[in-house]
Design a binder for this molecule. Structure first.
Ligand SMILES: [Zn+2]
Length: 191
């Protein structure tokens, strides 16, 4: 009983460490269409793969979905994210413990917003000037438990997001730290 609760605390603090590393990193990344980021972090047998990708490449748009087709696109990406394989080939020794993303929030937002803002109709001439372009990333994180360290990972994302040309990978593992750029022709990370 006592041992169990100790373990709980260790696991919780480990997860906090990983996310501290990540948020420090995420704050410095630039939003560039066709380029994404992947951070790989390890703490013992717990691993985290976190993708930050321009919504433009993952969905084809960066605003809250406004049509049924756009809603369906978000739903399809949620399914793809939860199937794992379209993003990465899960190493054999690993088991997914959690898939995290904020894509459902995008759908919830939708129900609060009217389909179309009236004023855009009346000011079509000014549309270009008044339309503030806001960029959005899609973040998807996989947490897994692995019986042995991951030595290499195959990132399948490029076949899912055809406009993506570059994935900047950074990793912090017990064995090493490093960075690498993946492309549709080079999809393997060796850690
Ligand atoms: Zn953008």
């Amino acid at each position: 009983m006592k041992l169990k609760s100790c373990l709980g605390i260790i696991v919780a603090s480990m997860a906090a460490n990983i996310s501290v590393v990540w948020s420090a990193y995420a704050q410095h990344h630039a939003h560039i269409h066709s380029e994404g980021q992947l951070l790989i972090a390890q703490d013992d047998n717990a691993w985290r793969f976190e993708f930050v990708l321009p919504a433009a490449d993952m969905l084809g748009f960066e605003h809250a979905p406004q049509t049924q087709a756009e809603v369906d696109t978000v739903k399809r990406l949620i399914k793809d994210a939860e199937r794992v394989t379209p993003f990465l080939v899960l190493p054999k020794q690993c088991k997914i413990t959690q898939v995290m993303h904020q894509l459902r929030d995008k759908l919830t937002h939708l129900s609060d917003e009217p389909y179309e803002h009236d004023h855009t109709k009346h000011h079509q001439d000014e549309h270009e000037h008044s339309d503030k372009v806001s960029h959005t990333d899609v973040a998807i994180a996989y947490e897994m438990e692995c019986r042995s360290p991951i030595k290499s990972a195959d990132i399948q994302l490029f076949s899912l997001a055809s406009s993506l040309t570059k994935l900047q990978v950074q990793w912090i593992t017990d064995a090493s730290q490093g960075a690498l750029i993946l492309t549709p022709n080079a999809t393997e990370v060796r850690l």
